[in-house]
Design a protein around this ligand. Sequence first.
Ligand SMILES: Nc1ncnc2c1ncn2[C@@H]1O[C@H](COP(=O)(O)OP(=O)(O)OP(=O)(O)O)[C@@H](O)[C@H]1O
Length: 299
Amino acid sequence: MKNRILFIYNPLAGKSKIKTWLSSIVECFGRGNYEVVIYATKGKKDAKNIVIDCLKRESYDLVVCSGGDGTLNEVISGIMESDKKPVIGYLPSGTTNDFAYNLKLPKSLPKAAEVVLHGEVFPCDIGVINGKYFTYTAAFGLFTDASYETSQAQKNTLGRMAYILEGIKRLPNWKAYQIEIHYGERIIKDNFIYGMVTNSVSVGGFRGIAGKDVLLDDGLFEGIFVKMPQNVIEFQAVINDLLKGNLNSDHIYYFPIKNITLICEEKVPWSIDGEYGGEYNTIEIENLHKAISIVRGAD
Ligand SMILES: Nc1ncnc2c1ncn2[C@@H]1O[C@H](COP(=O)(O)OP(=O)(O)OP(=O)(O)O)[C@@H](O)[C@H]1O
């Protein structure tokens, strides 16, 4: 009997790059002796629902998705909510593809399809934030709403520049949240303009933003929380430190996280893997150690 691939792609992700390569990808899977079941997503949550539905009815050896970090999040969430846990393959075709950078995947989609068939399967940590899964980042504050409020049309025209322009528009309106952070035995109370819990060397296309110690399977996330600057010069210095991954700054709390709770009197909007994740007073985040199996490329 042939091995089976469930292949889900977002036809609008990035600049609809997938449409050029669809046939080459299916041919590649065919050469690998796989039977391929294909779905194009039609909107939000579609990828997640397809995974849950298909895995309920049948068995697949691989679930492969093509799209950006949002589509990957939905596929992983679908697998996390299913009883079956097939290996995940990823063909990055989104705008920034942050998580793909961790997986050392080629930019060429047919080459990434070869990696899906012949790469290394490795167990990867996944995050859960108030019951929702995340692959590589959960964040609040400065710029984070740009990640989900930038329109697909803008992204399709300008690529990653669309996110940067949306981010710049928000610069004059930075806001601080008074938050109590509980992790391990420690409690931190401060005013924060930005916070991120991440498992990625790249966030928003900025490489090295989470420091040099990122491992996807160590059971730990990197936590980065930026205190409110006192003036514009301090603000500029903090942004520079953050974007350069200079995290040993007096303005930044930076520490490893297994579990964390954040409490704020006002509701804080969160971005989860670059999509809108809801607004909360209390946030609980946990690292689910080696919860999924995903294919990665070689160095
Ligand atoms: N046919 C569709 N029409 C509109 N939205 C879709 C469609 N298919 C999927 N989506 C939604 O679009 C969102 C963003 O998609 P995705 O992450 O794949 O691409 P992207 O935004 O271009 O890439 P990136 O996340 O790297 O910026 C996802 O949350 C997904 O649910």
